[in-house]
Design a protein around this ligand. Structure first.
Ligand SMILES: Cc1cc2nc3c(=O)[nH]c(=O)nc-3n(C[C@H](O)[C@H](O)[C@H](O)COP(=O)(O)O)c2cc1C
Length: 220
């Protein structure tokens, strides 16, 4: 039998409130308020942390992805840079003002990168202009080898137009299709395409080689 509050049972809508009930209620309210407070606080974006042997803090890679190809490409590009570049998903709306050098890239749907990436590049055009050192894109290209056409379409005609920066290294990677990671309607649409099957053409070695080019340029 629990001890009633103040030595005698208080009645609340016919329910006897004991001390432990009151404590639980208080803890519940406190937790709820803390959770609500956390939701109201601006979300601080966190880079995928690497623990490189050489700390640098000057390089960042910003990517837009749907199912993760460009996330993995970004990580592997950073690995090619000995891990010195921090990697950011554009959906986290990162603050890149503290970085000196930036590599921007994203996956392709219907010929363009994600709306989130496009919006971010447009919104932060002035800030990013001095920092952009390179671009990459990840596409299916009907599983055919990449040609000049993709470079023209994804960079000259798309990303460079958004940023206003035409200089810098560029690389198109072949990506992958994983039905289980797609939005249900997109999955249905993809699965109904004749001959469409899951594939994985993204190569870590190619992404790393691209990353290494940046290291070589800065003379490491
Ligand atoms: C709905 C949809 C549209 C796509 N459109 C194109 C396209 O226009 N050109 C292309 O080369 N690849 C296209 N792809 C292939 C993707 O670029 C490729 O699968 C990429 O790796 C997906 O990246 P993600 O893992 O970030 O989703 C498309 C894929 C999907 C699912």
């Amino acid at each position: 039998m629990e001890e009633p509050i103040n030595g005698w049972a208080r009645r609340n809508n016919g329910v006897t409130l004991t001390k432990s009930y009151q404590m639980e209620k208080r803890a519940f309210i406190k937790t709820t308020l803390l959770a609500a407070g956390a939701l109201l606080m601006p979300r601080k974006s966190r880079a995928l942390e690497f623990y490189p042997t050489e700390k640098n803090g000057e390089w960042a890679i910003l990517y837009g992805t749907w199912c993760g190809s460009s996330r993995d490409a970004s990580i592997w590009i950073s690995e090619g840079m000995n891990g010195i570049a921090n990697v950011f998903d554009v959906r986290e709306n990162p603050d890149l003002s503290g970085y000196k050098h930036l590599i921007v890239g994203g996956s392709i749907r219907s010929g363009v990168t994600s709306m989130e990436l496009q919006d971010y590049l447009t919104k932060h055009k002035t800030l990013l202009a001095q920092k952009i050192r390179g671009y990459f894109a990840v596409c299916g290209n009907m599983r055919q080898p990449v040609t000049e056409e993709q470079y023209h379409n994804f960079f000259n005609n798309h990303l460079c137009k958004l940023t206003g920066v035409e200089s810098g290294a560029q690389r198109v990677f072949l990506g992958r299709v994983t039905f289980g990671l797609m939005e249900p309607d997109v999955r249905k649409q993809m699965q109904s395409m004749p001959g469409m099957e899951e594939y994985d053409n993204l190569k870590r070695a190619e992404c790393m080689a691209f990353g290494r080019e940046f290291l070589e340029k800065r003379g490491s």
